[in-house]
Every structure is written in structure tokens, then in C-alpha cells.
Design a protein around this ligand. Sequence first.
Ligand code: HEM
Length: 231
Amino acid sequence: MSLAKSDPSLQRYSVWNRLNHWLVAISFVLLVLSGLPFFHPFFWSLTALFGGPTMTRILHPWIGLFMTLMFLFMAIAFFRESLIRRRDIQWLRQIRDVLANRDDKLPPVGKNNAGQKLVYWIMLGCIALLLISGLLIWQPYFAGAVPITLRRLASLGHAGVAFLAILTLIIHVYSGIWVKGSFQAMVRGRVSWAWARHHHDLWYEEEREKARKHRAISSRHDTPTNRQESP
Ligand code: HEM
């Protein structure tokens, strides 16, 4: 029996979800690369990637606006599955069990675990603050109308929040590498049922139930078998 038959795959992210996520990821990385030279001269050589210091200065806020818009679409699409539930608090309390791979001791996990939800909310907060502080210091458009003290505060806040966002991204990427199969989920959109049961048992149960109902309806109407198979 082929692998696809013995463990048919389950849709985790749609094509739009994935395209949207990778557009956020690419623009975020470009933002970091174009923002670091203005944070410290050590990173000045990065301006060469964008056609020199002036172009880097011009492009950075526009990339920021693009990333914010893309993130907004993603935040809306992932909103429901990112809501923090009581079981997530328990999951966070047992973070030692998470890090030691003692999955059997953990509370049930839905489509996203509490760590993934935290990344969502921290990034949402950071991107909102980056947008506001970025607009306040954007020359020549808005900065001229902003009092100098507020501009200085916004500048400091922008760098501090960017630092937190970069740290969160590093943790996010590391978790993607740590949990094998995650990258495939975000690249191909599908995971195996076994992966879903192992990492997101509650989501697995929900999807199995949906597939069962779908099968029941299809067989009642005697339609061709273009259904999603579940174990
Ligand atoms: C270069 C950078 C990035 C890589 C390699 C990466 C990787 C991934 C992977 C592998 C997943 C799927 C996890 C799973 O389904 O189990 C994912 C999901 C997600 N990513 Fe990223 N990502 C990157 C950048 C970003 C950025 C910049 C943001 C937000 C600003 C972001 C927000 C999310 C969200 C909200 C999800 C869905 C929930 C979750 O799994 O955390 N990602 N990412």
C-alpha cells in the first residue's frame, strides 16, 4: 500500500495562507536587513543590498507598509485558531514537559499550540507598534508634524520593538525546525494524519470527525470518491 493510502494527508494551510505567510516572512526579513544599518553602523554594508544608503532609507518604510498589510490579512485568517484557551495556560505552565518532549503529559492541543499562539499575539502587538512609531518618524511625510520629543521616543520605541520582533522570529523559525514536518506544512500545505495526531491531537480529532461526516454525506448521495480520506 502506498504511503498516501496508508496515511493520506490532511490540509493544514490553503494556497493563499501559504503565499500570504511567505510574503510576510520575505518582507519581514527585508525589513530587518534594511533597518539594521540605521540601528548601528556595524550593519552599514547591508545598505549595498538595496542600492545604497539613500535607497535603503526610502525603501524601508514602504516595505514596512507592505509587510503590515500582508500581516493584517494573515492575522485575520489565523485569528480564530490563535485565541488563547484555558488549556493553553496549562500548556504554558508545563513548558518544561514541552521542552523535554514529554508530550503524553501535556493537555490536548488544537490547530495551534500555546507557543504558536503567543508568537501570533506578540507579532500582532509588535507590528502595530512598529507601524505607529514608524509613521511618526517617517521623513519627509509625517515626521515634520510630530513634536521632537515624541519623535525621539518613537525612534527609541521603534528600535526596541523591532528587537523583540526579531527575537520572536528567531524562536518561531527555531520551533519550525524543531517540530519536524512543520516546514512541509507551510510549503506544501498538507501534513500526515499521524503528524496531526502527534502534535495537535484535538485538531486531529476535529478533522477526523469532519472527514467522517463528509464521508457519510457522500455515501448517502452516492457521489464519486473525491473526498479527503482519514484513518
Ligand atoms: C523567515 C521566516 C519564517 C519562517 C522560516 C517561518 C516558518 C513557519 C512555519 C514552518 C510555520 C508552520 C508551523 C506549523 O504549522 O506547525 C509557520 C506558521 C506561522 N508563521 Fe511563520 N515563518 C517565518 C516568518 C514569519 C513571520 C515574520 C511571521 C509574522 C510576523 C510569521 C507568522 C506565522 C504564523 C502566525 C503562523 C501560524 C501559526 C504558527 O504555526 O505559528 N512567520 N511559520
